[in-house]
Design a protein around this ligand. Structure first.
Ligand code: UP5
Ligand code: MG
Length: 218
């Protein structure tokens, strides 16, 4: 995104790599993240997981708000999500500072940004992204996966009604983020149907093309 202000981001892309991982609900973001953490040394930050943790954190002033937004498949106000992500990044960097160059810290931000203004705000205030990995998956495949997961997940939004709302939000609000990054030639788009391992092979091929090197320890 082109910056609209001269604000300096909290983390510099010269020692921190940020990759966004986007895709519809149930496209396999969480599943493929585990593979990417193992083979590329990413620190995985799922915006949805951070919000769900904040929702149940004792003393959080946002618990009820997050709960109702997630159940309705709506996007939580970005100040909350960006603060959670930015603080999680700072925490990780405090534990293991980036050594720059080949040892540059790598963050895989799963399920964020979900709206164009979030992308702009994050890149201006937190860290510009290197690229976006997009998992492209038809709704009927995602729906079947989510309904199956809903039998055991306990997630408030894994029911037919919430899934429908999540799909609508994704198409209307989140897909424009992917389209915008694609215009900037910053998207690796991968078909997310078929076996988990086959999807992962496509991701690896995309990463190789882009010159992302394998790294086994984070
Ligand atoms: N599965 C995965 N890959 C498979 C494959 N190839 N073949 C067969 N099965 C496969 O996978 C979903 C299910 O499918 C699992 O059971 C898996 O085993 C199986 P998963 O990897 O969990 O998919 P993922 O894309 O991560 O699905 P998720 O449900 O997490 O996606 P959402 O984008 O809906 O969820 P998220 O947690 O990111 O967001 C939830 C809500 O939080 C949003 O709707 C929104 O209300 C809120 N939110 C914000 O407001 N702001 C944010 O920035 C982020 C979230
Ligand atoms: Mg997920």
């Amino acid at each position: 995104m082109s910056p609209s202000t001269t604000q300096t981001p909290r983390f510099s892309p010269s020692d921190t790599t940020v990759v966004f991982l986007l895709g519809g609900p149930g496209s396999g973001k969480g599943t493929q993240s585990s593979n990417l953490v193992r083979d590329y040394g990413f620190t995985h930050l799922s915006a949805g997981d951070l919000l769900r943790a904040e929702q149940i954190r004792e003393g959080s002033q946002y618990g009820e708000l997050i709960k109702s937004y997630i159940r309705d498949g709506k996007i939580v106000p970005m100040e909350i999500t960006v603060a959670l992500l930015s603080n999680a990044m700072a925490e990780k960097l405090a534990q293991s500072p980036s050594s720059g160059g080949e040892g540059k810290a790598r963050f895989l931000i799963d399920g964020f940004p979900r709206k164009l203004d979030q992308a702009v705000f994050f890149e201006e205030t937190v860290c510009p992204s290197e690229f976006t990995l997009f998992l492209d998956c038809p709704e009927e495949v995602m729906e079947a996966r989510l309904l199956k997961r809903g039998e055991t997940s306990g997630r408030d939004d894994d029911n037919a009604e919430s899934i429908r709302k999540r799909f609508r939000t994704f198409v209307e609000t989140s897909m424009p983020v992917v389209d915008e990054f694609a215009k900037q030639d910053k998207v690796i788009s991968v078909s997310a149907t078929g076996e988990v391992e086959d999807v992962y092979k496509r991701i690896q091929a995309g990463f190789e093309k882009r010159g992302v090197t394998v790294r086994t320890s984070s």
